[in-house]
Ligand binder design. Structure first.
Ligand code: NAD
Ligand code: UDX
Length: 481
C-alpha cells in the first residue's frame, strides 16, 4: 500500500488529501499538523474550515484510509510520498519584508523530513513557493538526510479556489507536476502521476521541469488577479462616463481569446493568495534585475488598493461627506462567498476606512464569527507600499464595531448598507423590510453587484453599484478617489 503524508492541515492540505483518499481507497493518507487544535477539529464533527461538499468527503474516508494526526514525525517517517502544504505568507520583517515569501515553515518542515526519514521519499511542494525553492529544499534534504536515504523533489502546485475546492479537486482544469529530468526524477513524477490518474484524465496531467511548475503557479495567480484589476479599473471609467461595467465585461469576454470568466467588477479581490503571490513574483523579478516587470505586476495590487479606497470614499461622500456617528451595516466579511476565510478580505480595509471616518459599523456574515472579525480588525497589517487605511485600530475604534446575527439586525437604524461579499442570501433579502427600519435617506452600496438596483430604487433606496451608471444623487456628490 502506498503511504502518503501531508504536512499542513489547512485550506489546501485538508481538502486535497480528502479527495486523494476518496479517489484512491488503496492509498493510506495521513494529514499532520503542528497545530493540535486544528487536528482535533479535523477529527471532530465541526471541521476547521467551511467548504461546500467537504464534510461529505471527509465522512466517507476518515478512519478508512484518511487520518488526521499530530504525530508528525512518525507519519512522515512511514510515508512514501510527503506533500508539504504549509503556509508561505509574505515576510513581515527583514530582507524582502512586505514582498518576499516567508519560507520559515517550509524550511523547518524540510529539516524535520530529513531528520526522520529512514527510507527514500518523494517530497512534493504543494505550497505556493518562489521559483527555485526546490533547489534550496534539495540542499537541505541532501545535507541533513541520513546516509543511503534518497529524496526526489516535485513541484505540484495547487490551483483550487476556496468555496469550490471540492469541485475543483474532483475535476481540475489541469494537474501540474514538475520534476528533475533524471531517471529518478522521472520515476518520482510517474509515481505522483499514478495517484492523480485514478480520476484525472491523462491529457490534463501536465509534466514540466521544476522551475516551470513553480513559476506557473505564481503566473496563473498573477494573470487571474490582473483580470480583476483590469475590470475594476474599467469600472471607475464606467462610473465616470455612464457605461455599464457588466455590459462592457460581457462584450469584452465574448471574444474567445479573452473569455467570459473572472471579469466581475468588485470592491476588490481578497484571499490569502493573490496579493501574496504577486508580491512574491515582483520580489523575484526585482532580485533578477527586472524592475520593469516588477512594476508591471505591482500595478495589479495598486489598482486593487485603489478600488477599496474608492469604495470607502464613495460611501462617505454620498452621505454628505461624513459618516461620523452613523451606523453602517456591512453585509459579508469573508473574501468571497461559500467560505469563512477572511484572509486579505477587502472587508477589512473597507471597515477600517469607515471606522477611520468615525462610522459605527455593524457586520453580518453567515460564516465569520465575531472573534474572527475582532481579530482581523485589531490586527496591524503590513504596509506593503502606501495604503492609507491600514493602521492598527485603537481600542476606542474597536468599540465602533459590532457583529449582528442576521442582515436585518445589522441594517436596523443604519444610514447605509455595504454589501462586501456576494453571499447568495443577500440577493433575496426583503429589502423593503430593511428600508423600513433604516434612517433616511437610505443607501445601499453594492460592492459585488448582487442586488437588483432598479428594484431597490423603486423601494426608495439610493443605490451605488460598482461600475454602473450613477444615481442623480451620487452624480451630485462625486467621490474623490
Ligand atoms: P493554512 O494556513 O490554512 O494551512 C497551513 C497549515 O500548515 C497550518 O495549519 C499550519 O499549522 C501548518 N504547518 C505549518 N508548519 C508546519 C510544519 N512544519 N509541519 C506541519 N504543519 C505545519 O494555509 P493554506 O491556505 O492551506 O495554504 C497552504 C499553501 O498552499 C500556501 O503556500 C498557499 O499559498 C498555497 N495555496 C493556497 C490556496 C488557498 O486557496 N488557500 C490555494 C492554492 C495554494
Ligand atoms: C485563487 C485562484 O483562483 C486559485 O486558482 C488559487 O489556487 C488560489 O487563489 P481563491 O483566492 O480561493 O483562489 O478565490 P478566487 O475565486 O480566485 O477569488 C479571489 C478573489 O477575487 C475573491 O475576493 C473574489 O471575490 C475576487 N473576484 C473573483 C472578483 O472580484 N471578481 C471575479 O471576477 C473573480
Amino acid at each position: 500500500m502506498v503511504k502518503i503524508c501531508c504536512l499542513g492541515a489547512g485550506y489546501v492540505g485538508g481538502p486535497t488529501m480528502a479527495v486523494i483518499a476518496l479517489k484512491c481507497p488503496d492509498v493510506e493518507v495521513v494529514v499532520v499538523d503542528i497545530s493540535a487544535a486544528r487536528i482535533d477539529a479535523w477529527n471532530s464533527d465541526a471541521l476547521p474550515i467551511y467548504e461546500p461538499g467537504l464534510d461529505d468527503v471527509v465522512r466517507r474516508c476518515r478512519g478508512r484510509n484518511l487520518f488526521f494526526s499530530s504525530d508528525v514525525e512518525r507519519h512522515v517517517g512511514e510515508a512514501d510520498i510527503v506533500f508539504v502544504s504549509v503556509n508561505t505568507p509574505t515576510k513581515a520583517r527583514g530582507l524582502g519584508a512586505g514582498k518576499a515569501a516567508d519560507l520559515t515553515y517550509w524550511e523547518s518542515a524540510a529539516r524535520m523530513i530529513a531528520a526522520v526519514a529512514t527510507s527514500d521519499k518523494v517530497v512534493v511542494e504543494k505550497s505556493t513557493v518562489p521559483v527555485k525553492t526546490a533547489e534550496a529544499i534539495e540542499k537541505i534534504l541532501d545535507h541533513n538526510g541520513r546516509d543511503g536515504v534518497g529524496f526526489q523533489i516535485l513541484s505540484n502546485p495547487e490551483f483550487l479556489a476556496e468555496g469550490t475546492a471540492i469541485r475543483d479537486l474532483l475535476a481540475p482544469d489541469r494537474v501540474l507536476i514538475g520534476g528533475r529530468e533524471t531517471a529518478a526524477g522521472r520515476a518520482a513524477v510517474q509515481a505522483l502521476k499514478d495517484v492523480y490518474a485514478r480520476w484525472v484524465p491523462e491529457e490534463r496531467i501536465l509534466t514540466t521541469n521544476l522551475w516551470s511548475a513553480e513559476l506557473s503557479k505564481l503566473a496563473a495567480n498573477a494573470f487571474l488577479a490582473q483580470r480583476i484589476s483590469s475590470v475594476n479599473a474599467m469600472s471607475a471609467l464606467c462610473e465616470a462616463t455612464g457605461a455599464d461595467v457588466a455590459e462592457v465585461a460581457y462584450a469584452v469576454g465574448k471574444d474567445s481569446r479573452i473569455g467570459a470568466k473572472f471579469l466581475n467588477a468588485s470592491v476588490g479581490f481578497g484571499g490569502s493568495c493573490f496579493q501574496k503571490d504577486i508580491l512574491n513574483l515582483l520580489y523575484i523579478c526585482e532580485c533578477n534585475g527586472l524592475p520593469e516587470v516588477a512594476n508591471y505586476w505591482k500595478q495589479v495590487i495598486k489598482i486593487n488598493d485603489y478600488q477599496k479606497s474608492r469604495f470607502v470614499n464613495r460611501v462617505v461622500s454620498s452621505m454628505f461627506n461624513t459618516v461620523a456617528g452613523k451606523k453602517i451595516a456591512v453585509l459579508g466579511f469573508a473574501f468571497k462567498k461559500d467560505t469563512g476565510d477572511t484572509r486579505e478580505t477587502p472587508a477589512i480595509d473597507v471597515c477600517k476606512g469607515l471606522i477611520g471616518d468615525k462610522a459605527k459599523v455593524s457586520i453580518y456574515d453567515p460564516q465569520v464569527t465575531e472573534d474572527q472579525v475582532q481579530r482581523d480588525l485589531a490586527m496591524s497589517k503590513f504596509d506593503w507600499d502606501h495604503p492609507v487605511h491600514l493602521q492598527p485600530m485603537s481600542p476606542t475604534a474597536i468599540k465602533q464595531v459590532s457583529v449582528a446575527w442576521d442582515a436585518y439586525e445589522a441594517a436596523r437604524d443604519a444610514h447605509g448598507v455595504c454589501i462586501l461579499t456576494e453571499w447568495d442570501e443577500f440577493r433575496s433579502l426583503d429589502y423593503a423590510r430593511i428600508y423600513g427600519g433604516m434612517q433616511k435617506p437610505a443607501f445601499v452600496f453594492d460592492g459585488r453587484n448582487v442586488v437588483d438596483a432598479e428594484k431597490l430604487r423603486e423601494i426608495g433606496f439610493i443605490v451605488y453599484s460598482i461600475g454602473k451608471p450613477l444615481d442623480a444623487w451620487l452624480k451630485d456628490m462625486p467621490a474623490v478617489a
